[in-house]
Design a protein around this ligand. Structure first.
Ligand code: 5GP
Ligand code: ZN
Length: 116
């Protein structure tokens, strides 16, 4: 738990979130500003700043986060048409919350991978 981390506070139940999937080690909840019909954030309950830090510190937990992304995609009905899992990383990557999270987005054609 990091006191000033938004997503640690969601894990602690201090800030409400619409949880759609939970395991002992991971939590998945709907993004507050969805960019697609389905937009779910998947996080490890333990605090790691970004996906590289997570994978370096605890590769097994990184795998659990990826498995949770897959489970969310399945339960949200995305596996047939496909979807995207995005880990924005650092300033150029557009990361705003420095508790690693995978964005599971889908439910419509998502267009080009990157804007111009
Ligand atoms: P990032 O830009 O760091 O990859 O993504 C952060 C995401 O967190 C954004 O898509 C933003 O909409 C979402 N977000 C920010 N604050 C909250 C919040 O309080 N609750 C939820 N559910 N999502 C949030
Ligand atoms: Zn955190």
């Amino acid at each position: 738990m990091t006191d000033d981390c938004l997503f640690c506070r969601i894990v602690a139940g201090e800030i409400p979130a619409t949880v759609v999937h939970e395991t002992d080690d991971t939590l998945a909840f709907r993004d507050i500003g969805p960019k697609a019909p389905v937009h779910v954030l998947v996080i490890p309950k333990a605090h790691h700043n970004d996906v590289a830090a997570l994978a370096a510190a605890d590769p097994a937990l990184a795998g659990k986060v990826l498995a949770a992304c897959g489970a969310v995609a399945g339960q949200e009905g995305l596996t047939g048409d496909g979807y995207r899992v995005i880990f924005n990383t650092g300033r150029f990557g557009g990361q705003e919350v420095f508790h690693v999270h995978g964005h599971v987005v889908g439910g419509r054609p998502l267009g080009p991978m990157l804007s111009a």
